[in-house]
Design a protein around this ligand. Structure first.
Ligand code: SF4
Ligand code: SF4
Length: 316
């Protein structure tokens, strides 16, 4: 399916943070695809292309089953090739780590926590304990933050950098990955390895979720939820029914994202306060529990209620 299949039904607008914030159809998949159908240039659609959070909410709503997020990533790549957003490209390329000779880790289970969780050593230790039931889980030295950002932005990753990132992971049987873009790419790069979304895996541990209650707002990590919507929706519905907590699902059964993605943090296009207020709108909550550390940082900016990572429910 390509942008030419878009028939302009507007369903993708309903959950789209770009449209919610701008109220301008140009800032939506429909606006981007209709513009392309009328021969718009990459330059003309660039503001919308680079405002997209790649949250994936539109993917699950589109009746034409257009893979919208993949298409937006491709259009970003094409825009860079045409010399559009050259400063952003240079910025991200400068953040791509220099390849270093890495040795293969011996452990069966490796956790790739991402930058925000790394700055929470106590939480990270709890995660390590929680996921070490069968085998000892280790934290990857190189968890590919730079690669995740490049994937999100549509920046080329050199073969050497990709190799130096993957080499330590080659011996693992199971990886827990915090970043949804990295998780998706690893499905292609390491097809024989068991790959698990970190937040989703923690949300399956009864010793954590049994601590949730009706005063809690449980924040599902939007990107990995939408990438695997059909499988995950039942799990989160059960969590909500069993514990009585609220979630950030909207009426279309999509998870409203924060604007905490790496690209929007590097160069803000959407207002994170507005996203946080949308999530909180109409809800009476006493506590916010997040799967994703970046979401926790974003929500702390818009509420006086406690915000904690799901792993911190351990022993709470
Ligand atoms: S991925 Fe999210 S922000 Fe981007 S167009 Fe789709 S719904 Fe909008
Ligand atoms: S939901 Fe799909 S078909 Fe409908 S307007 Fe959006 S992109 Fe086009």
């Amino acid at each position: 399916m390509s942008h030419s299949n878009c028939h302009g039904c507007s369903l993708c607008l309903l959950s789209c943070p770009m449209w919610q914030q701008r109220r301008d159809v140009q800032y939506s998949p429909q606006g981007i695809f209709k513009a392309l159908q009328h021969n718009a240039t990459h330059d003309e659609i660039a503001p919308a292309l680079f405002s997209c959070l790649l949250c994936g909410a539109c993917d699950v709503l589109c009746p034409e089953q257009i893979d919208i997020t993949d298409m937006i990533k491709t259009l970003r790549q094409e825009a860079f090739v045409k010399g559009i957003e050259i400063e952003l490209q240079k910025n991200i390329e400068s953040l791509l780590a220099q390849p270093v000779a890495e040795t293969r880790l011996e452990e069966n289970t490796i956790i790739l926590p991402g930058k925000a969780l790394r700055s929470m050593p106590d939480t990270l230790t709890k995660i390590q304990r929680l996921l070490s039931n069968e085998t000892h889980a280790v934290i990857a030295t190189d968890d590919g933050d730079d690669i995740a950002l490049a994937l999100e932005a549509g920046i080329h990753i050199s073969e050497q950098r990709r190799h130096s990132f993957l080499e330590p992971l080659q011996g693992a049987k199971r990886l827990y990955i915090s970043n949804a873009h990295l998780l998706r790419a690893l499905h292609r790069w390491l097809p024989a390895t068991e790959l698990c979304a970190l937040g989703y895996s923690l949300s399956q541990l009864n010793e954590l979720t049994s601590k949730l209650n009706k005063g809690d707002l449980y924040l599902i990590e939007a990107q990995s939820f939408h990438f695997d919507h059909k499988q995950k929706i039942t799990h989160y519905d059960q969590l909500r029914y069993q514990q009585g907590c609220q979630t950030n699902m909207d009426l279309q059964r999509n998870a409203i994202p924060t604007a905490a993605g790496a690209l929007n943090t590097l160069r803000p296009a959407l207002d994170s306060t507005e996203q946080g207020n949308w999530i909180l709108s109409g809800r009476n909550v006493q506590r916010i529990v997040v799967e994703c550390a970046e979401d926790g940082l974003a929500m702390s900016q818009v509420t006086h209620h406690p915000v904690l990572h799901i792993a911190d429910l351990m022993g709470a």
